[in-house]
Ligand binder design. Structure first.
Ligand code: ADP
Ligand code: MG
Length: 386
């Protein structure tokens, strides 16, 4: 990563982000008035508008003439000046992105809260929710695109500013809607020696990541049930993966999010199915296997009795939320459940890089979730070339 490629990325984002934010504003503005007028959605609209304006005015900023390769002014500057200027622009832009990032951390909580208010209002009516289902999948996809682009740029900038660091800073999980430290955007706890290219870790220690997601899920579980100890998670490798630690190219923040959501669900189902008065529960089994084409499969199997209300698509979320609007309350920083977004968001994350998330329930026994991960080499090369 050098200054030139970082500036290239910056120029691209500078052009692209205002467009993407304006699309999100359009989506929000097209929602039914009753939803748009709830306080959380008004907050969302205000935040998106502010971010759009900040990005737009940065985009119009005359300082950016410097980024244009054809400007003759450029030659008039001494090399030293030019380097200082480039660095200043880069850091200024990273600060702007970081502050926008912080502003949008609560997006999911606002969405869930707004929709739950809307559902209460809607209870007496029978209006179709297709519009909102469509909004949820499209808005979330758009948001994720922005998150990835911004997160990747911030990670690259961080790596550029700290060339001596082999890895991204070790922060807590960025899993939504959990709270993350203010500077942690798409960053995950990483092992001390893991090298990253932006947000991608070409040789991610998958088992370590599962253990971290387990700890986060157990922590949230314990916080939720207070005196109940969470089920243990047992990791097993299929023969073809061998006894060695599996290293696989992933975006750790996204995989951590998926595993965290799945493990939270499994822990909750197991404890509730067997009874909260128990002192121990059957383990949650995680199995790593790989297919002939080199893809990796992570299977998470619980004995949580299974449920017929599993919602894995955004279209089924509205129905699920109807049952539990009260749980999607504001101020819950680390909710075990209640938003009804966990699986749908996780599947979107898995599909983003060509993988998938599927679930299979065996009534009375438990649920088996399968996360398929595609090899990311092509994407890594693409990112590397930028
Ligand atoms: N492993 C599981 N066992 C039983 N039920 C599950 C499991 N995973 C998910 N579910 C069901 O699917 C619903 C949706 O899950 P999710 O999208 O994670 O949202 P949330 O956990 O916030 O409700 C859960 O409320 C639960 O009823
Ligand atoms: Mg969940």
């Amino acid at each position: 990563m050098n200054t030139r490629s970082l500036l290239k990325n910056l120029t691209f984002l500078n052009r692209e982000l205002p467009v993407r934010f304006s699309k999100r504003i359009m989506e929000l503005s097209n929602l039914p008035k009753e939803l748009r007028d709830t306080e959380p959605f008004m907050n969302l609209i205000t935040n998106y508008t502010r971010s759009f304006q900040e990005l737009q005015s940065y985009s119009d900023n005359s300082r950016l003439w410097f980024l244009s390769p054809n400007m003759h002014h450029r030659e008039e500057l001494e090399l030293d000046d030019s380097e200082v200027m480039q660095k200043a622009i880069q850091n200024e832009y990273a600060d702007l992105l970081q502050s926008i990032t912080n502003r949008h951390k609560q997006d999911v909580i606002y969405m869930a809260h707004g929709i739950s208010l809307f559902k209460q209002y809607q209870n007496s009516r029978t209006k179709s929710s297709t519009e909102i289902q469509h909004f949820l999948s499209s808005f979330n996809r758009g948001r994720l695109g922005i998150r990835i682009m911004v997160g990747h740029h911030l990670a690259l900038q961080h790596q550029f500013n700290n060339p001596s660091l082999a890895s991204s800073p070790s922060f807590a999980s960025s899993s939504e809607p959990s709270s993350a430290p203010s500077s942690a955007y798409l960053s995950t706890p990483s092992s001390a020696h893991s090298v990253r290219i932006g947000i991608i870790e070409p040789q991610c220690d998958i088992e370590a990541l599962i253990q971290k997601a387990t700890q986060s899920a157990q922590f949230v579980f314990f916080q939720h049930y207070n005196t109940v100890f969470p089920p243990n998670v047992h990791i097993e490798h299929a023969k073809e993966v061998g006894g060695r630690r599996v290293r696989f190219p992933v975006v750790p923040a996204l995989l951590h999010h998926i595993l965290f959501e799945l493990l939270k669900n499994s822990m909750r189902a197991t404890a509730e199915f067997h009874g909260l008065d128990k002192t121990s529960y059957p383990d949650i089994e995680v199995k790593l296997s790989s297919s002939a084409n080199g893809d990796l499969n992570i299977q998470i199997k619980d004995q949580g009795g299974a449920s017929n209300t599993i919602c894995i698509d955004f279209p089924s979320i509205m129905g699920a939320m109807e049952k539990k609007p009260e749980k999607a309350a504001m101020g819950e920083n680390l909710p075990l459940c209640g938003f009804g977004f966990g699986l749908a968001t996780s599947r979107m994350y898995a599909r983003l890089f060509g993988g998938d998330l599927t679930l299979r329930s065996i009534t009375g026994i438990g649920t088996e979730a399968n996360v398929q991960l595609r090899r990311l080499e092509d994407q890594i090369e693409q990112f590397h070339d930028k």
